[in-house]
Structure formats: structure tokens, C-alpha cells
Design a protein around this ligand. Structure first.
Ligand code: 5GP
Length: 114
């Protein structure tokens, strides 16, 4: 079982920001910015690579949840980044789909080959 499934099952703790039947949002353990929250589906989906057409509403809900959290944390006006890493070249470490909500400061752009 991946670490995020354990967080969903409350087998390991996390600072939960939002939860409903389908979605969980919690603080990243190693924040890259003042606001760094991970929004995940409770259903185990390994990555964007295995998303199916039937997951479209769920993925939309993940983004809308990020929007709502950004509003609640009052970072909407200044802006933020939403990031989904996928696979090895994408730098994905945890094999459970997750949307990073990163903000609260001006962020460097560092997209370049290793
Ligand atoms: P990835 O590199 O897969 O896009 O992002 C994984 C993220 O999960 C990283 O930013 C990392 O800090 C975070 N993370 C890994 N393990 C844990 C954990 O046990 N708890 C929390 N809250 N975040 C974690």
C-alpha cells in the first residue's frame, strides 16, 4: 500500500485541510513554499498515465478543491501553482495521483533537464 493510501486510511498522520467522500487534501511534509498542499483522490490511481475517461469528474473535482483551498487561504489573488508530476522523468515519487497546490510566495520556475 502506498503512503498516501495509508494517510487516507488514517494509518499514518497528516495535517488534513479538507476531506470528503472522494477527495483528501493535506499539508506536504516537506513544504516547498509557505503554502504546499497535496490534493489526492481517495480512490487509488497510480498516476495521470492510468486515468480513464470515467475519472474526468474526479480530476475536475481535484482542481476545484485546489481553487477552494487557495481562496480559503487567501492566496488566490496573488496566484499559485498547480503541479502533477508523472512517472520517472516527471519526478513523481509517490505512486498515488496527487495535485500540488504551491503558493504564498513568488516561485522560481525551474523546468529544465537534469
Ligand atoms: P511527488 O514528487 O511524487 O510529486 O510529490 C510527493 C510529495 O509527497 C513530496 O512533496 C513529499 O514531500 C510528499 N510526501 C511524501 N511522503 C509524505 C508523507 O508521509 N506525508 C506528507 N504529508 N507528505 C509526504
Amino acid at each position: 500500500m502506498d503512503i498516501f493510501c495509508k494517510i487516507i486510511n488514517k494509518e499514518i498522520p497528516a495535517e488534513i485541510i479538507y476531506e470528503d467522500r472522494e477527495i483528501l487534501a493535506f499539508k506536504d511534509i516537506h513544504p516547498a513554499a509557505p503554502v504546499h498542499i497535496l490534493i489526492i483522490p481517495k480512490k487509488h490511481i497510480e498516476s495521470v498515465n492510468v486515468l480513464a475517461d470515467k475519472d474526468a469528474d474526479l480530476v475536475g473535482k481535484m482542481i476545484l478543491t485546489a481553487k477552494k483551498i487557495a481562496q480559503d487561504l487567501q492566496i488566490s489573488e496573488k496566484g499559485y501553482k498547480l503541479l502533477i508530476r508523472t512517472g520517472e522523468d516527471g519526478g513523481q515519487e509517490v505512486p498515488h495521483l496527487h495535485l500540488h497546490l504551491i503558493g504564498g510566495a513568488r516561485l522560481y520556475e525551474e523546468i529544465r533537464p537534469v
